[in-house]
Design a protein around this ligand. Sequence first.
Ligand code: NAD
Length: 255
Amino acid sequence: MLLENKVAIVTGGDSGIGRAISIELAKEGAAVTVNFRHNEQAANEVRQQIEQAGGKALVVQGDVSSVADLQKLVDHTVETFGRLDIMVNNAGMETRTSTIDSTEQDFDTVIGVNLKGPFFGTQFAAKQMIKQGDGGRIINISSVHEDWPMPGNSPYCCAKGGIRMLTRNAGVELAPHGITVVGVGPGAIDTPINKETLAAPEKAAALNHAIPLGRVGEPEEVAGLVAWLASAKAAYITSSTYFIDGGIMQGSVGL
Ligand code: NAD
């Protein structure tokens, strides 16, 4: 197992990519805190699945755009499992609004969840890891849209662009403490965030056509990469983003 005796937090661990990451980290031996915002039942299902497979899990409610909730998430994890080794800042949402159409509330909500959350999640996790004195891993679930425009989803792209620089900056700052900070940038993955696109046959076909590998990805494929990045095998990787996108960012019409 890659993560024996490690302790992890996964924000938004009750759904989609976060759910798959929680289960995969536990499968590799980590004790996992599954954070949820609204859906306690889904979070408890993830906990049960982990426990039935012989793993350890804790469910903690919290809104990642609240620094008080993030501190509570770290504190509760350390009280329960004794330490923190892996912080996965995964929770995210989108408004699908353009630069012209976004309201102040659209902007503040998306930046609050998708950028302020990972920023203070990184800060609180790093403070705990520095106190422990033996390094750690911070993994920020970004997106291809940290670097690639998505017209009509402007606040989301701004937040993911911010995560790109958070990962780079914090990685450099925390390197002397043996803490690595890595971004994971998924392309189109089959989760609830994409349910409208994937439920519309024409949109789904156009999306698959745009992906060189010809299909959207599965949450478990992202989770496998995260588990590896969280392990000792990835000790020399920091301050950069790993894209897992079926090649969509490099797609070309072949002029
Ligand atoms: P999802 O909707 O299934 O999961 C999002 C999770 O974030 C949910 O658990 C939700 O409750 C949680 N969340 C939202 N706001 C929160 C808050 N304020 N506090 C705590 N939790 C909150 O979608 P997903 O696809 O699994 O998304 C997970 C991450 O992956 C997001 O950061 C998303 O931007 C990123 N991502 C997804 C895709 C994709 O195609 N699915 C592509 C690139 C990046």
